[in-house]
Design a protein around this ligand. Sequence first.
Ligand code: ADP
Ligand code: MG
Length: 266
Amino acid sequence: MIRIRHLSKSFGHNHVLKGIDFDVFPSEVVVVIGPSGSGKSTLLRCCNGLEIAQAGTIDICGERLLDEGDMMPEQKLNRLRTQVGMVFQSFNLFPHLSVLDNVTVGPRTLSGLSTDQAQSRAMLLLDKVGLSDKVHAMPASLSGGQKQRVAIARALAMEPRVMLFDEPTSALDPELVGEVLNVMKLLAQEGMTMMVVTHEMGFAREVADRVAVMDQGNIIEIDTPGVIFSHPKEPRTREFLHAVLNPSANTFTPSHSIQSITGSRP
Ligand code: ADP
Ligand code: MG
């Protein structure tokens, strides 16, 4: 479904992706983990043409998106993007449109569906993500977890063949994370091909077919969750997992939290 070879991307002098080779097979769920700044978002954004890498190839659903730095023509790119759904940390809903309109606008304007067709599709999807009762709500009245579920329904309304998730639960209050992960798990069980950047290690362990570990622009290790979480080969993987799974063991303590512990701040 996704085939990446020798992908190399720089922002100015900052070499962000250093020759990535990566595959996602049909119905596979690949979770991408790694420290902040390692290139996870950039890799994901390259997969739907939001970023252009200077070298390497990307094939998506059998079509060549990137050929040694050359992007496919705009018209083809727009068509391909309808097959690659993307969900961002920050939801990116249209604030002036109701939940229903957020989910129908793509199919109406890009896929040529009638309003009736788009609405019946949207109702099914909103039911699936547990938001049948919020059809006429405006985004501002929703919780973060509800907004993210609308964003997932909106992406699914284009009937994508692959879904890309970039830290979909990182902006959520902890008690709302589960409702979004449950929807993603349901999608995985239905056979959706998914590439998920997340720090939710429980999700990775339970739902991922493979876990890719990124560090400084490279995929340093990719294997089943069993191997990555129990017997990682790379010392950097061990360090990263240790830091994520034992946040209180981190040596870095922000000064404001010391102040709040000692009571010098409200
Ligand atoms: P991650 O998602 O793993 O935290 P990113 O892919 O966002 O990492 O970023 C990787 C590196 O690329 C970082 O050094 C970041 O500052 C840089 N970077 C990301 N996007 C841009 C951009 N649009 N312009 C310049 N530098 C960027
Ligand atoms: Mg990121």
